[in-house]
Write a protein that binds this ligand. Structure first.
Ligand code: URA
Length: 450
C-alpha cells in the first residue's frame, strides 16, 4: 500500500476476491457479513464494477441468501450513505412502504392522515417501476410540487409539520439506488433477499422508529402467490426487527387495480377524495388498515378499532386534508388542489369504453391495466422518459359490480383519440365479465408481526 492511501478499502481486508465471492454465491455458498460490507463499499466507490454487481445479483437471484446474509447486506446498503437523525422530532416516527402495485395511491392520503393523528411520518417514496406506478410521479402531477430535496430540508420539514413526501436523496442508501438500476435491467428484481435489502436499506436510513409494509400479492404485484408474499413479508419483518425497528407487514391483494384511477393526476385526485371523506371502498380499506397498524406501532392507539376511529375523526374534522395542504405548500405545490382536485392537470379527451355484455365484473388484470397506462404515457419504458401527468385510465366498474351491455365500463384519458383507439382492445381484454355474481375476497389477507 502506498504511503499516500488513507484507510485501506474493506475489499483489501477480506480473504476472498470479488470474483471468488461471486463464484461462492453462484455455487450456493454463503458470504460473511464483512465480505458483503466490502462488496457494497467497493460497489459504491467504483472498485466493484457494475457487471460484477449484476453477476452477484443474478447469483443471489438463483441461490437466495440466509437470513443472516440478508440482514448483513441490508445494513451494508443502509450504511452506504447518510443515516438521517430525527431525534430532534419528538414521538415515534413511522413510515409505510408498499412493494408496488397498480392504482396504489395510498401513501398520498395515508401520510397526512397518520400525521394528523399526532404521529410524524418521514416518507421516502419511489417512481413508477415496470407496470407499477410510483408515488413520486403522482405527487409531481400537483403543480409546483417538488419531491427532490436535501436531507437537511427533509429533517427541517418533519420538525416543522411532521410529514414530508420526498424521493431518495443523493446521500441516502446510494448502494440501493445504483443496484436497483442494475436489477431493473438484468431481470433480477423478483428476489426476496434483494427486495428486502433494497426496501429496508432506504427505510432504515430515513430516521424511522417503526415501519408498516404493504406486501402486495397477485398478478399485479411482484409477488404473484401468497406463499412468496408471505416469505417476503417475513423476511422484511425479521430484518427490520434485527435492525432495532418495530416492523409489521400486511399482505394485501393486488389482483385488480386499487381504486378506480390509474395514472398520475387522477390518482392524486382519488387520494384527495379519501381525505375529503369519500374515495373508493378498496382504497379506503387499504388506507385505514395500514394507518391503524401505523398508529398501533406508534403507541397512540391500543386496538385496531381505536386506531380506525382516530383516522376517521381526522378526516371528518378536516385535519388530514389540512395536513396535506401544509405538505403541498412546504414542497412548493399549490395547496388548493387538495380540496379542489379539478386544478390538477387533465387530459383533453375521456374516451368511454362501453361494456360488450351484461353480467358482473369478475376480475380486472391489474398488470395489463398498469402496462396499458405506461403505454399511454403515465409511466416510463426508458429511465430518461418524462411521464404525462394527465393521461390514464378510469375503471368505472370494478370486480363484483353489475354491468349492462353498453354501460360505461372504463374511460381512457388521452391527449388524442387515436391513442385511446390503440388501447381499447387491451382494456377490454383485461376485464372478465361473467353471468354469476363473483365473491369478492377481502383486501387484507393477513398481518405479520413476528
Ligand atoms: N421496491 C423497492 O424499493 N425495491 C425493490 O427491490 C422492489 C420494490
Amino acid at each position: 500500500m502506498s504511503k499516500k492511501s488513507k484507510t485501506p478499502s474493506k475489499l483489501s481486508r477480506v480473504a476472498r476476491s470479488v470474483p471468488e465471492m461471486i463464484a461462492a454465491k453462484r455455487d450456493g455458498g454463503a458470504l460473511e457479513p464483512a465480505e458483503l460490507e466490502a462488496l457494497i463499499e467497493g460497489f459504491v466507490s467504483g472498485e466493484v464494477a457494475d457487471y460484477q454487481m449484476t453477476a452477484f445479483a443474478m447469483a443471489v437471484f438463483f441461490r437466495g441468501m440466509s437470513p443472516e446474509e440478508t440482514a448483513a447486506l441490508t445494513l451494508a446498503m443502509r450504511d452506504s450513505g447518510d443515516v438521517v437523525d430525527l431525534s430532534s422530532v419528538p414521538g415515534v416516527k413511522v413510515d409505510k412502504h408498499s412493494t408496488g402495485g397498480v392504482g396504489d395511491k395510498v401513501s398520498i392520503c395515508l401520510a397526512p392522515m397518520v400525521t394528523a393523528c399526532g404521529v410524524p411520518v418521514p416518507m421516502i417514496s419511489g417512481r413508477g417501476l415496470g407496470h407499477t406506478g410510483g408515488t413520486l410521479d403522482k405527487l409531481e402531477a400537483i403543480p409546483g410540487f417538488k419531491v427532490e430535496t436535501t436531507t437537511k430540508r427533509f429533517v427541517r420539514q418533519i420538525e416543522k409539520i411532521g410529514c414530508a413526501l420526498i424521493g431518495q436523496t443523493a446521500d441516502l442508501a446510494p448502494a440501493d439506488r445504483r443496484l436497483y438500476a442494475l436489477r431493473d435491467v438484468s431481470a433480477t428484481i423478483e428476489s426476496i433477499p434483494l427486495i428486502t435489502a433494497s426496501i429496508l436499506s432506504k427505510k432504515l436510513a430515513e430516521g424511522i422508529d417503526a415501519l408498516v409494509l404493504d406486501v402486495k400479492v397477485g398478478d399485479g404485484a411482484f409477488m404473484k402467490t401468497e406463499k412468496q408474499a408471505r416469505e417476503l413479508a417475513e423476511s422484511l419483518v425479521r430484518v427490520g426487527r434485527h435492525a432495532g425497528k418495530k416492523v409489521s407487514a400486511l399482505l394485501t391483494r393486488m389482483d385488480a387495480p386499487l381504486g378506480h384511477a390509474v395514472g398520475n393526476a387522477v390518482e392524486s385526485a382519488e387520494a384527495f377524495a379519501v381525505l375529503a371523506g369519500g374515495g373508493p371502498e378498496d382504497l379506503r380499506e387499504c388506507t385505514f388498515a395500514l394507518g391503524a397498524e401505523m398508529l398501533r406501532l406508534a403507541g397512540v392507539a391500543k386496538t385496531e378499532a381505536a386506531a380506525r376511529k382516530r383516522l376517521a375523526k381526522c378526516i371528518a374534522d378536516g385535519s388530514a386534508a389540512k395536513k396535506m395542504q401544509e405538505v403541498v405548500k412546504a414542497q412548493g405545490g399549490d395547496p388548493r388542489v387538495v380540496l379542489e382536485p379539478d386544478r390538477l392537470p387533465s387530459a383533453p379527451h375521456a374516451v368511454i369504453i362501453p361494456s360488450p355484455s351484461s353480467g358482473y365484473v369478475k376480475s380486472i388484470d391489474a398488470r395489463e391495466i398498469g402496462l396499458t397506462a405506461v403505454h399511454l404515457g403515465a409511466g416510463r419504458t426508458r429511465a430518461d422518459q418524462e411521464v404525462d401527468p394527465a393521461v390514464g385510465i378510469l375503471l368505472d366498474k370494478k370486480p363484483g359490480d353489475e354491468v349492462s351491455q353498453g354501460e360505461r365500463l372504463a374511460r381512457i384519458l388521452v391527449r388524442n383519440r387515436a391513442a385511446a383507439r390503440a388501447v381499447t382492445g387491451r382494456i377490454l381484454e383485461a376485464y372478465t365479465i361473467t353471468q354469476r355474481r363473483p365473491k369478492v375476497q377481502p383486501l387484507v389477507i393477513d398481518t405479520i408481526r413476528r
